[in-house]
Ligand binder design. Structure first.
Ligand code: SAH
Ligand code: SF4
Ligand code: F3S
Length: 477
């Protein structure tokens, strides 16, 4: 196998953050690639978090600018890219599975280009495995070089050899890249990239590089454009949005950004994800004061045990978390809180797990993503001793989910018989003649209507039924 370009990631290098100035790259198409994809089709598989969904929208934009057309059939496309996630082992397993299918297809159609992007190629051992066992993959693209996509594809076509370009850099900020957004009324808006938290279980700080914030002028300009284009809702994205601005000059924080975005005329603002330690008073005040900031917050707690939190390097205690939640509820009394929880962190005892259950009972979450700890090679937690059996971990997850599911139901029941505002997303999977969308508190709501002209609009719905996973209501005339 010949590698015409070989840049490999290194977790060790990724850990050594350098205090360099993060460059902002203004994307400009190199004219020589402008017909690169003419007459060809592409398909992107997207896994993982909203950050990856937003990245896929940029890759679509870049590919379509050079002539590629979106296909609905991955197995019959000229270019297939897997935008991958490395957060847990089962996320990776799924991707190896799809790669297995593509391998067969590639044998029948050797002209098809297969690329792998996103977080998996940023891990040393995944990239090794790709080079050794998945040699049919033509392109290995890291998270720091979407802007090189046309050049990398051109090299792969020209040389018929594998192109690997994965660097473990601090990262950069890509502005002005074309984007093809999935939705016409809801948009992702990146406000920062990377993560400097280094929670001991997590691979993200290694795969995504240093915490770096976009200039507020670029963010505000993007949101003003979205308002002009008729968008109703934005979700601000970052691994730790509350750290926004800390790497920039001046005192401008996430709370300031919320106040400024509120003035752009966008109707709904959400943000994810928040780190409890960095959630500050100004942000909470902005949630109270800004009409467009929705009364809903995802605030991952991970564990309710102080010793485990310490070993996770979360930098807050149970008590500090609860104090922030109490303050939030003083300011935004009806706020809907959701969280992330990991069970079975190395050597978590039954008593420590029960502290998590106690926290869940006390805080009244209205939803949570719950996970069994998954060992990520190269992270500090991977070398912590762990004697808890897999069966015990699964039992804990099931037990925890009973409380979490009760929270979902309660969160829906509190809206029974009330009139709520729903941003209509499209046809509902709950019935032929139904539409669905989300309320300000991010509650999925289904209602009877065949009027698809309502998609993208805010409508009033009276809630008639509350289930665990959704609400049902009637459209108010
Ligand atoms: N930056 C976000 C989370 C990104 S990852 C935050 O800190 O809130 C999403 C969730 O995946 C995390 O909140 C955590 O609960 C979970 N997670 C991350 N690494 C994990 C691992 N190694 N095993 C199990 N769950 C993990
Ligand atoms: Fe991972 Fe922690 Fe960063 Fe979230 S804050 S991405 S859990 S290291
Ligand atoms: Fe996964 Fe990377 Fe996002 S590991 S969760 S795609 S930052």
């Amino acid at each position: 196998m010949k590698n015409i370009k070989l840049a490999m990631p290194s977790l060790k290098e990724a850990r050594m953050r350098k205090n360099v100035n993060i460059p902002t790259i203004r994307y400009a198409l190199d004219e020589k690639y402008k017909n690169l994809g003419l007459g060809k089709t592409y398909y992107i598989f997207t896994y993982g978090c909203q950050g990856n969904e937003a990245d896929s929208e940029v890759m679509c934009g870049i590919l379509e600018q050079v002539g590629f057309q979106k296909s609905t059939d991955p197995m019959n496309s000229d270019l297939v890219i897997l935008n991958t996630c490395a957060i847990r082992e089962n996320a990776e397993q799924r991707i190896w599975g799809v790669l297995g299918q593509l391998k067969g297809r590639k044998r029948e159609n050797p002209e098809m280009l297969v690329g792998i992007a996103g977080c998996m190629p940023q891990e040393e051992n995944a990239t090794q495995k790709i080079l050794e066992s998945y040699s049919f993959i033509d392109l290995v693209i890291g998270t720091h070089n979407k802007n090189h996509l046309p050049q990398l594809i051109a090299e792969a076509y020209a040389s018929k050899a594998k192109v690997v370009e994965v660097i473990s850099s601090e990262g950069d900020i890509l502005e002005d890249a074309p984007k093809i957004r999935e939705s016409k009324h809801k948009a992702w808006v990146n406000i920062m990239y990377g993560c400097d938290e280094f929670c001991t279980y997590c691979i993200v700080p290694y795969t995504r590089g240093r915490e770096r914030s976009r200039a507020k002028e670029d963010i505000l300009a993007e949101v003003k454009e979205l308002v002009k284009a008729g968008y109703v809702e934005i979700t601000l994205l970052g691994q730790n949005v509350n750290a926004y601005g800390k790497d920039l000059e001046g005192e401008y924080t996430f709370g300031d950004l919320l106040y400024d975005l509120d003035k752009t005329g966008i109707k709904r603002i959400r943000y994810t994800t928040s780190h409890p330690r960095d959630l500050d008073e100004k942000t909470m005040l902005a949630m109270r004061d800004c009409k467009s900031v929705m009364p809903q917050l995802h605030l991952p707690v991970q564990s309710g045990d102080n010793e485990i939190l310490k070993r996770m390097n979360r930098k807050y205690t149970y008590e500090e978390y609860v104090t922030k939640v109490e303050r939030l509820r003083e300011l935004v009394p009806d706020i809907a809180l959701t969280t992330d929880i990991i069970v079975g962190f190395p050597n978590e005892t039954r008593a420590q797990f029960e502290n998590t259950l106690n926290l869940v009972k006390n805080v009244n979450f209205e939803g949570a993503f719950t996970f069994i700890y998954s060992k990520r090679e190269g992270t500090p937690a991977a070398s912590m001793p762990d004697t808890i059996s897999e069966a015990e971990k699964h039992e804990r997850l099931t037990e925890l989910n009973q409380y979490i599911n009760a929270g979902y139901l309660k969160g829906h029941q509190r809206f029974l018989h009330q009139i709520v505002e729903v941003l209509v997303d499209g046809p509902s999977k709950n019935g032929e003649d139904m539409l669905c969308g989300y309320t300000p508190h991010l509650k999925l709501t289904h209602f009877k209507s065949q009027d698809t002209s309502l998609v993208g609009k805010l409508v009033k719905v009276k809630i008639t039924e509350a289930k665990t996973w959704f609400m049902i209501g009637e459209l108010c005339e």
